[in-house]
Design a protein around this ligand. Structure first.
Ligand code: TYM
Length: 334
């Protein structure tokens, strides 16, 4: 473990994980688990920045945990845990909050978007959300953070916070993390409106495929995806955003290059592409759904895995918190 680089990433517990989350992030996580020291968590505290029904949030936390496992994350190879079960995250978050300029947070694109969407609930958590995210990352001295493109700005804040901390207190407490953003699939777009990113909290279900959707739903959603004018199957994000999005999904799931797909579909119609892509997605997600349903039948097992993940994470987190407390002048705790 000592000489392996550390990876950390997570997903906010809202909606259901989508193909966007899988292609942009979790697919990479499952590959990294073979070579790195990996921690993957459920950002349930981040979910509180929008209204949550308590019973739904709790149920969804189990569901996300099961979705992580069903998608191929191994609790033996990785530390998999729920953020709220490791209290050090909020402790470090406060300390970093006191180093973060308000003006910096004001510029965050996601804050602006969310504040626009939730006009009746622009709470301070929505504003300081990226600081909690920085705490998640810095806590485990992560070297790399595999995320989709939408998290890039948050990662920049995290890196700047390392600098702010070092300016005030000196070096050696936090490792500088690097974002790890894939070349293909870092931004999967909505199926109905390919100018927007695919989002798990989208109210219109037709905009995304959830990783636990059944075959019928998947087929319907892919077949009704918006395509573009013209008929050529060509990757051209500017003029053919819909088709390009479908090609990207196809490419990642089938392990074929976009060029290969363009050749395969030369002279064919959008309909052909959609039928085949629906098939590829169903083949990929059917076993995930079956495994997920199995896992959800045994809550005790999920509870045990979650507790053990939180214990392992907490042990690591405590080392960082101790170092931070000592550095900034708080009296050392036991
Ligand atoms: P979240 O839950 O929105 O998304 C989880 C991961 O999926 C990626 N992603 C996408 N990738 C490609 N195309 C899309 N349409 C798409 N939608 C989502 C996201 O980039 C992300 O990698 N704030 C984070 C959760 C978080 C976190 C962290 C991540 C909290 N603390 C520390 C990394 C490190 C979020 O809400 O992700």
């Amino acid at each position: 473990m000592e000489n392996k680089k550390t990876i950390l990433s997570g997903s906010t517990v809202t909606g259901n994980l989508t193909l966007g989350n899988y292609i942009g992030a979790i697919n990479t996580w499952t590959q990294l688990q073979e070579q790195y020291d990996c921690l993957y968590f459920l950002a349930d505290l981040h979910a509180l920045t929008v209204h949550q029904d308590p019973a739904v949030l709790r149920e969804r936390t189990y569901s996300f945990f099961a979705q992580y496992l069903a998608l191929g994350l191994d609790p033996q190879k990785n530390i998999i845990f729920a953020q709220s079960q490791v209290p050090q995250h909020t402790e470090l978050s406060w300390i970093l909050t006191c180093l973060t300029p308000m003006g910096y947070l004001n510029r965050m694109t996601q804050f602006k978007e969310k504040a626009e969407k939730h006009v009746k609930n622009i709470n301070a958590g929505l504003f300081t959300y990226p600081v909690l995210m920085a705490a998640d990352i810095l806590m485990y001295q992560a070297d790399f953070v595999p995320v989709g493109e939408d998290q890039k700005q948050h990662l920049e804040l995290c890196r700047d916070l390392v600098g702010y901390f070092e300016n005030r207190y000196g070096k050696g407490v936090f490792r500088m993390p690097e974002p790890m953003i894939g070349k293909t699939g870092a931004r999967i777009m909505s199926l109905q409106d390919p100018s927007k990113k695919m989002s798990k909290s989208d109210e219109n279900e037709k905009n995304f495929v959830a990783v636990i959707d059944d075959a019928k739903k998947i087929e319907k959603k892919i077949k009704s995806a918006a395509t573009d004018s013209g008929s050529e199957i060509k990757f051209d994000v500017e003029n053919k955003a819909g088709v390009s999005n479908l090609l990207t999904i196809y490419s990642v799931l089938a392990g074929k290059t976009i060029e290969q797909l363009e050749k395969d579909y030369e002279g064919k119609m959008y309909g052909h592409l959609k039928v085949d892509l629906a098939d590829v997605v169903v083949q990929k997600l059917q076993p995930v759904r079956e495994k997920y349903e199995d896992l959800m039948k045994n809550r005790d097992h999920l509870d045990q895995l979650m507790i053990s993940g939180a214990e392992r994470a907490s042990e690591r987190a405590e080392k960082t918190i101790k170092k931070v407390y000592e550095t900034i002048g708080l009296v050392r705790r036991r």
